[in-house]
Design a binder for this molecule. Structure first.
Ligand code: ADP
Ligand code: MG
Length: 505
């Protein structure tokens, strides 16, 4: 019965599907420009924080020294960015918000050496397709500024004169007013404001000579306020707090070999005292705030191996390369870039991070152990134990894998003799000549025994003459690893591993 019903359903479904298949291929038509623009805009401006990033980057491109951001309702109601940059000419206002209008790029070749953050002329246009945009601006030498509002890329009216001091103010209101689904998903998200705050914190520790502020609309105080400084560490301290800044180690490296890589890197990385749930990686490549998953992962690997307890570090890193070595045009929101010789650069940075961490970890362990109180009160013992658990100097340096030795064969504890010699014979070990020992023993014994010992002596002499010096060295300076079975033992000599028949030996 059930089987029959299912068959019926299948037949129905097939019939429906057949009805849906059109007889002719669907006709291709050109999309209306406003639809194209709105689709593109949705990609460039994904969330309120993407709009803030574009606006702040425009302000930085305009050489501003002060950038103030006001946000209402996580940016959905209002994002207002004011700067004191060079402003926008009156004549440019008409095309300011059209797609692909920019003052930063003229030819495709310019992209090779682009220094500004913007270059596509898409951001402002995109905002006008998904929000209401109003621009107020004044250029140097003008008595008053101009204000104009935009909708779908065009001015809503002629620019109106307005009072202005210096720079540009851009207001983005009712973001995604015409994209119901996007607005709904974002309305429920509580972290838009913190995303914006996080973004401005990142900008502010890189552009340390620019004052940044972030305020919620209607609030009397700012949530973030930075004042220009000449010290990066001071900037990090004021933005991320003393507790982060005090864990930071300065790091830098560079390479100038065109056949491998050309770059300069400097930054700060946290030490073992920084413990967090997730990694904070603030990365600027040629002054562009970007993500680089490969580099982030490479650094995480080093931390996990070196400082497992502090394996989610705080990293600020600025990498500078010749502009022609960076492709900035690989991501719709320019969040990722692609680098020439990326793997070599990452490997170099990884190794400098590793050596910094090893050094800091070593110093740290040493310090902590010295400070530990001794239950017995014996200072001498504490010092010894701290040295042995935290080996100083060369021992802790990285040994290439092909030279790694399991234990130090020169250390008596690692030698085969240490395991095989019977304890009563111990004192004789230091005697320089085995023959001398034997003769001294012989003198204390009776004739018969002496005769026996002479034969043994002859035997030993014979062995001494015929022995293989290479093998003798192996046996003398090997490290005993363990028994492989009842008869065979594993020994290590230099970087070689030997299986030895203990019975024969
Ligand atoms: P892009 O930054 O890629 O050029 P945008 O759409 O972000 O494109 O901006 C278009 C143009 O508007 C910029 O090239 C710049 O000349 C001008 N502009 C935008 N914001 C500002 C600002 N805050 N100060 C001065 N000029 C600005
Ligand atoms: Mg821009």
């Amino acid at each position: 019965m059930e089987f029959e019903i299912e068959t019926d359903r299948d037949t129905e479904a097939e019939a429906e599907a057949e009805a849906e298949v059109p007889k002719e291929p669907p006709k291709i038509h050109r999309l209306d420009e406003s639809v194209v623009n709105r689709i593109a805009a949705g990609e460039v401006i994904q969330r309120p924080v993407s709009a803030v990033k574009e606006l702040v980057e425009n302000s930085l491109d305009a050489h501003s020294s002060s950038i103030n951001v006001v946000v209402k309702d996580g940016g959905l109601k209002l994002i207002q960015v004011s700067d004191d940059g060079h402003g926008i000419r009156y004549d440019d206002l008409a095309i300011l918000c059209e797609r692909h209008t920019t003052s930063k790029l003229s030819t495709f070749e310019d992209l090779q050496s682009i220094k500004s953050m913007g270059f596509r002329g898409e951001a402002l246009a995109s905002m006008t397709y998904v929000a209401h945009v109003t621009v107020s601006t004044i250029t140097k030498g003008q008595h008053h500024g101009y204000r104009v509002s935009y909708r779908d890329g065009v001015m809503e009216h002629e620019p109106k004169p307005c009072a202005a001091v210096k720079g540009t103010q851009i207001m983005v209101e009712n973001l995604f007013y015409n994209m119901t689904a996007r607005r709904k998903t974002l309305q429920n998200s509580a972290n838009d404001f913190s995303n914006i705050e996080d973004l401005l914190k990142r900008f502010s520790i890189h552009h340390i000579n620019v004052n940044f502020s972030l305020r919620k609309h209607g609030a009397s105080g700012a949530d973030l306020h930075t004042v220009g400084t000449s010290s990066r560490l001071d900037a990090i301290r004021s933005v991320y707090g003393v507790s982060v800044a005090r864990t930071l180690i300065k790091i830098e490296t560079s390479d100038n070999n065109p056949s491998s890589s050309v770059f300069k890197m400097n930054g700060f990385i946290s030490d073992s005292n920084y413990v967090a749930k997730k990694i904070t990686m603030v990365l600027f490549i040629n002054d562009r705030l970007v993500d680089c998953t490969a580099l982030k992962r490479a650094i995480e690997i080093v931390y996990a191996a070196t400082l497992p307890k502090a394996s989610k570090p705080f990293i600020y890193m600025s990498i500078v390369l010749p502009p022609e070595h960076v492709d900035v045009n690989v991501h719709p929101t320019k969040r990722e870039v692609s680098l020439l010789n990326q793997e070599v650069i990452i490997a170099k940075i990884q190794s400098v991070v590793e050596s910094k961490l090893r050094n800091s970890n070593q110093a740290q362990t040493f310090q902590e152990q010295i400070a530990e109180p001794s239950p017995s009160g014996n200072i001498g013992i504490i010092k010894d134990s701290s040295f042995s658990s935290s080996p100083p100097g060369p021992k802790s340096q990285k040994v290439p894998v092909h030279k790694m030795v399991r234990t130090d064969s020169l250390d008596p504890a690692g030698r085969l003799h240490h395991y095989l010699q019977a304890k009563p014979c111990g004192p004789l070990e230091n005697n320089p000549s085995l023959t001398a020992v034997r003769s001294s023993v012989r003198q204390r014994r009776n004739r018969k025994e002496t005769a026996d010992l002479t034969s043994i002596q002859e035997l030993i002499d014979e062995i001494d003459c015929n022995c293989h010096s290479g093998l003798l060295d192996v046996v003398r300076h090997c490290s005993y690893i363990g028994m492989a079975d009842d008869v065979l033992a594993l020994l290590q000599h230099d970087t070689h591993l030997y299986v030895v028949n203990v019975v024969n030996l």
